[in-house]
Design a protein around this ligand. Sequence first.
Ligand SMILES: O=C(O)[C@H](O)[C@@H](O)[C@H](O)[C@H](O)COP(=O)(O)O
Length: 370
Amino acid sequence: MLVHTRLGQQPCLSGRSNTAYRVIRCQAAPTAPSPIPEKSSLESRTKEGADNGKAFIHLIPNNGRWENGIPPVMGAHLMASGTISPISVSKGAGVDVTPHQFQYHDTETEASVMLYVTPEKAQAGLVKLVVEAAEAAVKAKGAFTLVLSGGSLPALLGPLATAKGIDWSKTHIFFVDERNVPHSSPDSTYKAAQEALLSKVPIPPAQVYAIAEGLPVEQAAVQYEGRLVSIPAAALPRTAEGGFPVFDLILLGVGPDGHVASLFPNRPETSASKGWILPVKNSPKPPPERITMTMPVINAAKEVAIVALGAGKCEIVQRVLEVQALPGALPAQLVRPRGGKLKWLLDVASAEGLDTAHWNEGKRFPRSAF
Ligand SMILES: O=C(O)[C@H](O)[C@@H](O)[C@H](O)[C@H](O)COP(=O)(O)O
């Protein structure tokens, strides 16, 4: 019989799933707002700001930290995989507890959820985010390092080709993960990015860091890491702790199992605390062989945006943002740039499952319906 652990009395891991959120309504739109789709159940939706493509709700979670120490019992939650997470028993708050496989670092992450009325307006918001990051980076250090994901993300980048404010001569493009396939393959993220954007802008080819072709995946990972390591710190600073590369902006997607990049639930690569680039074999998402940046590299970034649009993302967005899960069950919950910014870009369809009215009840637990 499954024991339903009632941890509701004490706020335990407040990771984003159990964090008390504050809903901050954005400024009213200068123009008359278009009608908000009635079907939305988001109580905190406002009439202002929805019309001109601005995000009209910012949900700012408190920092993710264990509020009262590690709870003695965790688990029995519905996980992205659809199974109930195992129950883990530790010695409890304040006692030296065997660290969980994934350490939630105790740090501030400035996180927000940007909610747009339509995918088109979310795309415009993404373009604005990239332009702002590019302008700030070039002003600060004369270079802009942008990291791309695969999947549906590259197709959203087309409008950057005509956006004002990006100095392509100072821009460097990387891939947070990449399939170990030829650049000509329809599965290649490099190919998708070339077709959607890079072939349309004057970026020096040497500043687009594609993976080497035709190597065994382990060698492809080593080779890619070697290329990154050789970039001077002036363009790609390193963190004081761990010496990880600090990219200016990393754009992620999220898979139905909560994976980001090629870091999948309960896989060793996802909990790696060393190294910049790892090989991935037998990926749950085809194609099977990939390379991926590690979570410490993602969390070293100045800014990370997770773009999740459309009804197909509704369930995983709700689980990542509202369901407490065992550390590591949902890699997207591990994305917490240390001292950096995290933004979720959602549209009405992908945010439909959120129940923001309860986000202020920091003690409400478990969030999962289980
Ligand atoms: O190469 C990849 O497959 C991606 O990097 C992967 O992490 C992707 O971002 C997610 O699977 C979401 O993909 P969609 O946006 O297409 O659903």
